[in-house]
Design a protein around this ligand. Sequence first.
Ligand code: AHR
Length: 525
Amino acid sequence: MKFIRRRKRLLGALMLGAAALIAGSASAQAAGETQVSVTIRADLPGPVINPNVYGQFAEHLGAGIYEGVWVGEKSPIPNTHGYRNDVVEALKNLKVPVVRWPGGCFADEYHWRDGIGPREKRPVKVNTHWGGVPETNEFGTHEFMAFAEMIGAKVYISGNVGSGSVQEMADWMEYMTSDTVSTLANERRKNGRDKPWEVHYFGIGNETWGCGGNMTPEWYANLFRQYATYVKAPRGKRPVIVASGDRDNRTEWVPVLTKMIHRDMDAISHHYYTIPTGVWAKKGNSINFPESEWISTLRNTLRIDEFIVNNVKILDENDPQGKIAFYVDEWGTWYDPEPGREPGFLWQHNTLRDALVAGLNFNVFHRHAKRVQMTNIAQMVNVLQAMILTEGAKMALTPTYHVFHMYIPFQGATYLPTEITTPEYKLGDATVPAVSVSAARDTSGKLQLALVNLDPHREAVVTTKITGGAATQAQGRMLTAKAMDARNTVDAPESIYPVKISAERKGSTLVVRLPAKSVSVLRLQ
Ligand code: AHR
């Protein structure tokens, strides 16, 4: 069975490869091909790309946790202790380094005591942010920690500042991390967990400028000082403490936080969602979109570069020693609600366009590896730019999942600067570079090259040379499809998946042909 499936995939891959070639040469004739040159500066190694740049975010929102991860032990959906087997397996394969939980906006209404003890006795609350649906609290601290252990990820807990108290936050930390015989540690043991957990990252509130309390940066900075004082863990186990920061193009919070907070703040978070139209009230559709929204989505994605630059400039001035990291702990596409689905569940299709958005974001994040030490895509399953979509017992891996998988070699790799000469891809008033690039030396010493061809019509011929290194061949994987909104669905889960790609040696360079609208990652040797 497995063999037939693999053969089918291989045949599909060859056909897709051939189709890409034919489509590529046809469009190359019709529209011309793009000539791009890249130099990898292996002689100028930069910082290590923190694996956490590939982090994820899982909120109690729509089918993100319930159905997406947790179905309960009695579910007919195959599960282990309540966690769906297919999703856990897929996430393990993705080497997820860290998961942020329980929100999002949900975090500032979450009271951890609701989610411990016998499940049938846990209070049912209303998830006021996301659809006003009942929140059963079946998935709480123990369930989340066990889930993170199952997929091999570190944990990033978002604490409640908006509607919680300092005492509540302090107690939660003690409950999770204490190895003493304190009443809270013993309560944890009684609830089934003897050994304390390690909390690697702890966020003091979320979007405190909005759903997290509508605060001013000054007000929040004072609250941060107070709350963070009491986030205590055993010696040597202090979590990285994250302050809630700004959003989009804004730079108001970093200066205030860096001036007013003198201890405890290890990172400042920032949120940026890609919206095709740039207008929240009419964002654009996740499928059947016009080319104008293909290019505007990619252009809006690339703006993250300028937002990071502007905030990091302030950090460099106020924190010249580089102690404070900059986390983009929510990013991804956000489209109009899907007709027929609860708008508050933020369910959307995930297409080839989302795959390019992921690749472009990674290429930007790598460039800022010194300060950008964590990012968390929103969100893991069934919500916004998800890795995985489920429907009952069925599951599909999205194009975004495949790009995360292709980029795994960049986790922990050493960033290498690149120089690129690329034409532009233009439509109407919108202009973006035709090709985006990123390179790094992976943990095994091999060079990795990521290339995104943003142009939906033209193949790109990329000629690469290396300064301070050499390579005679390159192989890797490439993701493309005929349609801009090609996608996997639970009924057709293998419509789009990565296929092989390789480069040709030409003198001292390597030449690779990138199909139109594609993402590739190649290993050079
Ligand atoms: O990811 C969905 C929501 O977007 C999060 O809850 C919130 O932090 C942001 O506004």
